[in-house]
Design a protein around this ligand. Structure first.
Ligand code: UN1
Length: 510
C-alpha cells in the first residue's frame, strides 16, 4: 500500500486538498479522513479548503483562463493528450486507489481510469472539431455564421461513485474547449482527487498552465455553496443526488448561470418473451450487482414478461446466490462494500419497507460479513418481487436492491418504466425488431439512454451521457456535449455599401 501511495504522490498522514495553480501547503479548512469502505480502516487525511482557499482557486483559474483561451484549440488538445498519456502510465495504481477508497472491484476501478483515457483521446480529436454552422443570409452581400468561444472558469462537482472518471468527462472536454476549472470532489473520495491532480498537474505546469485544473476539496460550506453562487463561474457541472442537483439548479438558475446536471437514475430493464435469457441474465447481473448498485446507471427495476417471469426469476436468484461478496481488491470478488454505514442503513430501511408495501424479498436482504474485513460496509445483493405500484420503486436506493415486476406486454412495461421521476437509462431485451424499435420510438422509453440487448449501465464515453426529468437534463462526455462548455456567438457580416434590414424593414430619414 505504501508503494501504491508513493506512486500517486499520496501519504497516509495528512495532505493538502487544495490546488490553485500549485498545491496550497496549509489550506484553512477542516481535515477529512479518508476510509476504506472494505475494512473501515483509515487511509489518510486531507485538509479541505476554506473560503479564502476557494478564492485562491478562483484567482488561479481566472489568471490561467486569460492565457488558456488564446491557446489554439488543437494545442490545448495536445496538452490533454499528454494528460491521457500520464493516466496511461498510472492506470494500475489509480485504478487500485479507486477500488481502495470507493470500494468498486478492481476491474471496475481500472475501467474507470480507462474511461478517463478514452475521454482524453476523444477530447484530443474534439479540439480540432469545435465546429460552427454557416447560414445563408436573407440579405444580399451578407455572411452569417456561428462560432464557439470558451466560457471562462467553470465549476465541477463530482460524486463518490465515479471519483475520477466523471471529473475527466468534464475536465478534458472543457480544457479542449478553452475553459479552466475548479473541482469540488466528493469528501468521501478525496484521495482519488488528490491523486488525479498529482498526475495531471506536472503535465500542465511544465507548459505553464497549472491553473487550468484546480482542486478544492470541501464540504457544502464553505466551498460548494460559495461555488454555485459564484457569478465568476458561468457554468456549474454537477453529478450527484437529485436533492443536491435541485439545489445547484436553483442557485445557478437564480443567477441565470448555466448548470449541467447529471443526477439520479431509476433504471429499468424490460425482458420480453422472445429475449435471449442467457444474455439478459448477464446484463441484469452487471447492471444490478456491478459497483454494488452504486452507479447512477445501475439497474433497479426489471419488468418481466409473464411468459418468462418464473424461469428468469429462478435463474436470477440462483445467479445472485453465486455472487462473491468481499474485499474489492481480491480477484475473485464480484461485489464489494457500500461506501459507508449510512448507505447500509438506507439499504436496510428499504429492504424493511418492501414487505410493508406488498413486496417479497426473494434473496439477500441483509448485511453481509466478510472475514478479515469486519469493519466493512457490506450488504447482500437483494432481489424483491413486487407489485406494479410499489411506492418505494419511485425512489433511487443507491444499493444492490433489485425489484422484479411481472408485466403482460411491452406497452405495459414502457408505461411502468416511464412512471418514475427519474429518466437516465433504460433497456429492453428482445430478439424482435418491432419490439426493439417500439421501445426506441418517441412513444417508447423517456430516458436519456435507451439500449437494446445491453444492460442499463456501462455506457461508452462516445455518446452523450445524461437523462431527463429529475435526472437533470444535462449531457456530459461524447457526441456534441462539448457545446455546454462553450458560448455560441452568431455573427453577421455585411460586405456591401448598403445597410438592408432583415425582414425587409425600411427605416431611415431620407
Ligand atoms: C455514474 O454512475 O455517475 O454508464 C456514471 C456507466 C458509466 C458511468 C456511470 N460509464 O455506468
Amino acid at each position: 500500500m505504501k508503494e501504491l501511495f508513493d506512486r500517486l504522490g499520496l501519504t497516509h498522514d495528512t495532505q493538502s486538498g487544495v490546488y490553485a495553480g500549485k498545491w496550497i501547503e496549509n489550506p484553512g479548512g477542516a481535515t477529512v479522513e479518508s476510509t476504506n469502505p472494505a475494512t473501515g480502516g483509515s487511509l489518510g487525511h486531507v485538509t479541505m479548503g476554506s473560503a479564502a482557499d476557494y478564492e485562491t482557486c478562483v484567482a488561479a483559474s481566472q489568471e490561467a483562463y486569460e492565457r488558456w483561451r488564446h491557446v489554439p484549440a488543437p494545442k490545448r488538445g495536445e496538452l490533454v493528450r499528454l494528460c491521457g498519456e500520464a493516466l496511461r502510465q498510472h492506470k494500475q495504481e489509480l485504478g487500485a486507489l479507486v477500488t481502495i477508497e470507493m470500494g468498486k472491484i478492481l476491474p471496475e476501478g481500472l475501467g474507470e481510469v480507462q474511461e478517463m483515457i478514452d475521454i482524453a483521446d476523444f477530447s484530443v480529436g474534439l479540439s480540432r472539431q469545435l465546429y460552427g454552422l454557416t447560414m445563408h443570409s436573407e440579405r444580399p452581400g451578407h455572411r452569417m455564421y456561428e462560432q464557439w468561444h470558451p466560457m471562462g472558469p467553470i465549476g465541477i462537482i463530482s460524486a463518490f461513485n465515479f471519483p475520477v472518471a466523471v471529473w475527466s468527462w468534464n475536465a478534458f472536454v472543457a480544457a479542449a474547449c478553452g475553459d479552466t476549472m475548479i473541482w469540488k470532489p466528493s469528501p468521501f473520495t478525496p484521495l482519488c482527487a488528490v491523486a488525479v491532480q498529482n498526475i495531471v498537474a506536472p503535465v500542465m505546469e511544465a507548459e505553464g498552465f497549472g491553473g487550468v485544473f484546480n482542486l478544492c476539496v470541501g464540504d457544502a460550506e464553505p466551498v460548494g455553496e460559495t461555488m454555485i453562487a459564484d457569478r465568476r463561474l458561468p457554468l456549474i457541472s454537477a453529478t450527484g443526488s437529485v436533492r443536491m442537483g435541485r439545489r445547484v439548479g436553483e442557485v445557478v438558475g437564480g443567477r441565470l448561470g448555466r448548470s449541467l446536471l447529471e443526477l439520479g437514475g431509476n433504471n429499468a430493464i424490460t425482458v420480453l418473451d422472445d429475449a435471449d435469457l442467457d444474455l439478459t441474465l448477464n446484463g441484469v447481473l452487471f447492471g444490478a450487482v456491478g459497483t454494488a448498485g452504486q452507479r447512477c446507471t445501475s439497474t433497479r427495476r426489471v419488468f418481466l414478461h409473464r411468459a418468462i417471469a418464473d424461469e428468469f426469476t429462478e435463474r436470477l436468484v440462483n445467479a445472485y446466490g453465486q455472487v462473491r461478496i468481499g474485499d474489492p481488491m481480491h480477484a475473485d470478488t464480484l461485489m464489494g462494500p457500500l461506501i459507508h454505514e449510512q448507505a447500509v442503513e438506507t439499504f436496510m430501511q428499504a429492504v424493511a419497507t418492501v414487505p410493508t408495501q406488498g413486496g417479497e424479498i426473494l434473496c439477500g436482504g441483509d448485511r453481509a460479513t466478510v472475514s478479515g474485513c469486519e469493519g466493512g460496509s457490506y450488504v447482500q445483493p437483494t432481489i424483491a418481487r413486487v407489485p406494479k405500484q410499489l411506492p418505494l420503486m419511485q425512489e433511487e436506493t443507491f444499493a444492490p436492491l433489485l425489484y422484479l415486476v411481472t408485466v403482460d406486454d411491452l406497452d405495459e412495461a414502457i408505461a411502468l418504466q416511464n412512471d418514475v421521476p427519474q429518466g437516465l437509462s433504460s433497456a429492453v431485451f428482445t430478439n424482435h425488431l418491432r419490439s426493439a424499435e417500439r421501445f426506441l420510438s418517441c412513444a417508447g422509453s423517456d430516458c436519456g439512454i435507451a439500449n437494446v440487448n445491453i444492460g442499463t449501465s456501462g455506457a461508452e464515453i462516445g455518446g452523450a451521457f445524461g437523462g431527463e426529468k429529475d435526472t437533470g437534463g444535462g449531457r456530459e462526455a461524447g457526441s456534441d456535449s462539448w457545446k455546454a462548455y462553450m458560448r455560441r456567438q452568431t455573427c453577421t457580416i455585411n460586405y456591401t455599401a448598403e445597410l438592408p434590414l432583415a425582414q425587409g424593414i425600411e427605416f431611415g430619414t431620407s
